[in-house]
Design a protein around this ligand. Structure first.
Ligand SMILES: *Cc1c(COP(=O)(O)O)cnc(C)c1O
Length: 442
């Protein structure tokens, strides 16, 4: 049988698939790329062209496509148990995963509640926070606080604590109001101010709000260290310490959304380890399954768990998703955690990160670049006077340079899988520079 041509796949997809986060009409001019297979850091199309997946396929893929170790674990799991409901039943992969994750927090966050997508984990954390206050006699703690530029997902509850106008504005009338406080984004440093000074200013904003109305506030939700979707806005770990102390003082829950920044992305397994604080709720998704299957979870403290533990069914957390704790997804997560141990990934990444940072110096020093920044396995910089349509033009030019990259506005970023070879690292840096120069030249 003759293989379909690349253009046939594009035409068929555009007729029947409604693509996410996309103005579909833009595909009249922007390429849509049908992927035929993936291997390591590379995706291949139907015409034999390849693309280095420099953004880990929307920040999920940690150890490459078609990873032999994850594949083997999944094949084994497939022949053992593909799925069983998690109410009334349990199974080995979900137990082992919960135990391993608990151990990674020194058993501070010893209870894991499962869902499928990141936004669902955020919904769960919000609901659990409110419900636990209610069970403890504080039913008027109903408000949530988020940061300027925050992103926590696209469902109605998660969007209510998101502050990205492009995603939120159209749905404003549907959303519950939330309180928005200053972002600790270090780029706001005034002359002579350090990132820590900005963190202190941002924490003072939280303190003002808590002092005024903490009795109405259930939780503050924060993406620790890097606010990703708003454009890789990075802040000093001090901010998390100051907010943790304010939460303790004013009886407000701290929800840390580590959906993007967890799983080693910022250099430690959990981003909050760099501030030596634990939240009351920690949301994980994206990288936890190695980028293989939809899996998300909320980890919480025994104190929260106990607030629901009762002989009264309505005091329980009556939330569920059909695929809660799916064994295949949990098994992929276990294989992913195993690779972290076996390959000493957090340390190996330090060496890879140093090499890529060095290779990116021509961009860091570029006269049309400002705010070059890096934390762990995240790099970003902002284009000065970027042309209109910078992001889409960059994406198109990148595909011609064997790269998959999608800037956020005029912010170019990289979040590569943790498996790049030296050659791939150097190629990524050189091609990014070439693409940037081409796009800035118009
Ligand atoms: C991606 C993301 C989400 C939403 O996860 P989905 O799986 O896309 O629903 C929430 N919070 C953060 C910080 C994210 O990066």
């Amino acid at each position: 049988m003759e293989l379909n041509k690349q253009s046939d796949w594009v035409a068929r997809s555009l007729r029947s698939v409604w693509h996410p986060c996309t103005q579909m009409q833009h595909h009249e001019t922007i390429p849509l790329i049908p992927v035929s297979r993936g291997k390591g850091a590379w995706l291949y199309d139907h015409e034999g062209r390849r693309y280095l997946d420099a953004i880990s396929s929307w920040w999920v893929n940690l150890f490459g496509h078609a990873n032999p170790r994850i594949n083997a674990a999944l094949k084994d799991q497939l022949d053992t148990l593909e799925h069983a409901m998690l109410a009334g039943f349990t199974h080995e992969p979900v137990i082992e995963l919960s135990e391993k994750l608990s151990a990674l927090t020194g058993h501070v966050l010893g209870h894991s509640f499962y869902a499928s997508d990141g936004a669902s984990a955020v919904e769960i954390a919000l609901k659990m926070s409110f419900h636990s206050w209610r069970n403890n006699g504080h039913a008027d703690k109903q408000e949530f606080v988020c940061l300027k530029g925050s992103y926590h997902g696209e469902t109605i509850g998660a969007l209510a604590v998101t502050d990205v106008a492009l995603f939120k504005d159209a749905y404003g009338p549907l959303l519950r109001a939330s309180q928005t406080v200053m972002s600790p984004d270090a780029r706001q440093a005034a002359d002579g101010e350090t990132a820590q000074d900005v963190a202190r200013r941002a924490a003072a904003d939280v303190e003002r709000l808590f002092t005024e109305r903490a009795d109405k506030i259930a939780a503050i939700i924060i993406e620790p260290l890097v606010q990703c979707a708003t454009g890789m806005a990075m802040h000093d770990p001090l901010y998390l310490q100051l907010v943790r102390a304010l939460c303790d003082k004013h009886n407000v829950h701290l929800i840390l959304d580590e959906i993007a920044v967890g799983c080693g992305r910022t250099g430690t397994f959990f981003a909050c380890e760099q501030a030596a604080v634990w939240p009351d709720f920690l949301c994980l998704s994206k990288g936890i399954s190695g980028g293989y299957l939809p899996l998300s979870l909320v980890m919480t403290r025994d104190k929260i768990y106990q607030a629901f533990y009762s002989n009264d069914v309505t005091r329980g957390f009556l939330h569920s998703h059909s695929y809660t704790g799916n064994p295949l997804a949990c098994r992929a997560a276990l294989a992913t955690l195993h690779i972290f141990e076996e390959d000493d990934v957090l340390n190996t990444n330090k060496i890879k990160a140093a090499r890529l940072t060095a290779a990116l110096q021509p961009l860091a020093q570029h006269e049309q670049v400002r705010n070059f920044r890096q934390r762990g396995m995240i790099w970003a910089f902002d284009a000065i006077d970027a042309p209109a349509d910078f992001s889409r033009r960059f994406f198109a030019s990148a595909t011609e340079h064997e790269l998959l990259m999608r800037p956020i506005g005029s912010t170019v970023y990289m979040m590569p899988p943790y498996i790049l070879s030296d050659e791939e690292i150097d190629g990524l840096a050189a091609n990014t520079l070439a693409v940037f120069n081409q796009v800035m030249a118009g």
